[in-house]
Design a protein around this ligand. Structure first.
Ligand code: PGA
Length: 242
């Protein structure tokens, strides 16, 4: 499976941040890594700008969220069709920050994932347990329920990102064995061919170990995706397409 290394810029980035994309493309052009997919999900304000500027490059762009509807009276929201229109290839849905800050339920995430598919894009559907849930031995139960509720039934391509909430932005990560166990669990519950990303404090220093684990087909990277100097070594740490 071809690895996917995705950067989630969250609510960071202005027009001038295009310099980081330029720098990343320069680094990538030296190594021409066609055996991996590279994706940056900047804030919605920058998707059109970046996708237009770099349409021929070995890097794709995506959204961080979308509304479930195609259009209508939903002030402040954007649709998957709008992201598709400006050149996005993927949309992250159900990130734990959306689930926590905006009360998104599994049903809402499922509807958004269906909207992404309707627009002809690939959803990256996020799941993951909290620290209390892991300590209580409920990680698999929680993730299993999230998968059941959030994944649309479809023959189209899906990407699932396992992101333990307690590992996001904290510098903490599960053990390699815990990641392997959870990814094996998720593999058994997802359609054949689904790429499974790990996310949560992926850094240049731990990327190689994490990306070498069975059933880890890429990474969803937050903080370390903001600077090309950090993101590039993570992109290159993925084993080639297998
Ligand atoms: P982090 O974020 O890499 O900064 O931990 C990951 C994410 O939230 O997608």
């Amino acid at each position: 499976m071809k690895p996917l290394i995705a950067g989630n810029w969250k609510m960071n980035g202005l027009s001038a941040s295009i310099a980081e994309i330029q720098s990343l493309i320069e680094k990538l052009s030296g190594s021409a890594p066609e055996d991996r997919d590279v994706l940056i999900c900047p804030p919605a304000t920058l998707v059109a700008h970046f996708a237009k500027e770099f349409s021929d490059e070995a890097i794709q762009f995506g959204g961080q969220d979308c509304h479930e509807n195609e259009g209508g009276a939903h002030t402040g929201d954007i649709s998957a069709e709008m992201l598709a229109d400006v050149g996005a290839g993927y949309v992250i849905v159900g990130h734990s920050e959306r689930r926590a800050d905006h009360g998104e339920t599994d049903a809402a995430v499922n509807a958004k994932a269906q909207a992404v598919l309707r627009a002809g894009l690939t959803p990256i559907i996020c799941v993951g347990e909290t620290e209390a849930e892991r300590k209580a031995g409920e990680a698999e139960t929680v993730v299993g329920a999230q998968l059941k509720g959030s994944l649309p039934s479809t023959e189209s391509e899906l990407v699932v990102a396992y992101e333990p909430v307690w590992a996001i932005g904290t510098g903490l990560t599960p053990t390699l064995e815990d990641i392997e166990d959870m990814h094996g669990f998720i593999r058994a519950k997802t359609p054949t061919g689904t790429r499974l990303l790990y996310g949560g404090s992926v850094k240049p220093g731990n990327a190689k170990d994490i990306l070498s684990i069975d059933n880890v087909n890429g990474a969803l990277v937050g903080g370390a995706s903001l600077k090309a100097d950090d993101f590039y070594p993570i992109v290159m740490a993925a084993p080639g397409g297998r």
